[in-house]
Design a protein around this ligand. Structure first.
Ligand SMILES: NC(=O)c1ccc[n+]([C@@H]2O[C@H](COP(=O)([O-])OP(=O)(O)OC[C@H]3O[C@@H](n4cnc5c(N)ncnc54)[C@H](OP(=O)(O)O)[C@@H]3O)[C@@H](O)[C@H]2O)c1
Length: 282
């Protein structure tokens, strides 16, 4: 992939910008002085981003990207690299959730979940890294979740994809250090975005699972209504970029901080009991 001209303005490439955290991260980066490229699967859905950008006086270039397709990943990376001359910050934000128990969720839905939340992300990162290595600088910010730090019933496909992203990010930190490239993972709790209405669902058949899923769904609805604003997650992305040395991970939202504190101060067994008693039984 040919590198374009060298520019002094830093370039950020954010995936999944049609709504939610990605949209707000694009705005925050533009306001922080970055030249921003934001991806979405369907460019015709750029209305909310364009409107918000116009309101904020921000400029964002939209590129099409579907993380399920290698040709699309290739095309998006190529276009951004050609237009920008090199990516300084890659925010791997795009992702979706699948709701359904481990026993009843078809393995193909597990695969689809990993295709977007992990494999597509790996492929895009591989395509952007040579431009970062050439500059001996770069930042990779992966959008994880507190769900990548603790198992819960009802969405094992999603949760295991986010656990995998935690592992990948830790590996990247060691591997990329010699090239002056830093990586981190952001761990939001529940954020008020279209994420939950876009979730794919495997309807439970087994009565015990039906009971479990209904209970989780109603608990989740309550948590979403009290969820963190996506702008707060975007602020954590900016904070990470302002840190000279990015931390391995950053929480986003009061619920995330509370869960992580509860986890780090307990043994695994104590934490499981705490979750059953304080969270899952409500
Ligand atoms: N909301 C939460 O509570 C929460 C909590 C923790 C972590 N997160 C993570 O934050 C990230 C952003 O989620 P969000 O809450 O902002 O939800 P969102 O508003 O639904 O945004 C998800 C974005 O990902 C894109 N996307 C989905 N499938 C894609 C694919 N195959 N290829 C390319 N892009 C795809 C969507 O694009 P389309 O418009 O094309 O569908 C959309 O722009 C996700 O990785 C999610 O796991 C969210």
């Amino acid at each position: 992939m040919a590198a374009g001209p060298i520019r002094s303005v830093k370039t950020a490439f954010v995936t999944g910008c049609s709504s939610g955290i990605g949209l707000r991260t694009c705005l925050a980066l533009a306001q922080d002085g970055y030249e921003v490229y934001g991806s979405m699967r369907d460019e015709a859905k750029d209305g909310p981003l364009r409107e918000a950008a116009a309101k904020a006086g921000a400029d964002v270039t939209v590129v099409p990207l579907d993380l399920r397709r290698e040709d699309s990943i290739d095309g998006a990376a190529g276009r951004v690299l050609e237009m920008s001359g090199g990516v300084d910050v890659l925010v791997n934000n795009a992702g979706y959730g699948h709701f359904g128990t481990a026993e009843e969720t078809p393995v193909d839905d597990f695969r689809a979940q990993f295709e977007v939340n992990l494999f597509g992300l790996v492929s895009l990162t591989q395509k952007v890294l040579p431009s970062m290595r050439a500059k001996k600088a770069g930042r990779i910010i992966n959008m994880g979740s507190v769900a990548g730090r603790m198992g819960l019933p009802g969405s094992p496909a999603y949760i295991s994809s986010k656990f995998a992203l935690e592992g990948l990010t830790e590996c990247l930190r060691y591997e990329l250090e010699p090239f002056g490239i830093q990586a981190t993972i952001i761990e939001p709790g529940v954020v008020k975005t279209p994420f939950f209405s876009s979730m794919k669902i495997t309807e439970p058949k087994e009565p015990e699972y039906q009971k479990m899923m209904n209970h989780i769904m109603s608990g989740l609805q309550m948590m979403v209504s009290m969820g963190t604003d996506p702008g707060a997650v975007a602020s954590v992305v900016i904070k990470a970029l302002h840190d000279t040395e990015m931390l391995p991970r950053y929480h986003a939202g009061a619920d995330a901080a509370m869960f992580m504190e509860a986890k780090s101060s307990r043994t695994d067994m104590e934490f499981e009991r705490y979750m059953k008693r304080e969270v899952l039984s409500r």
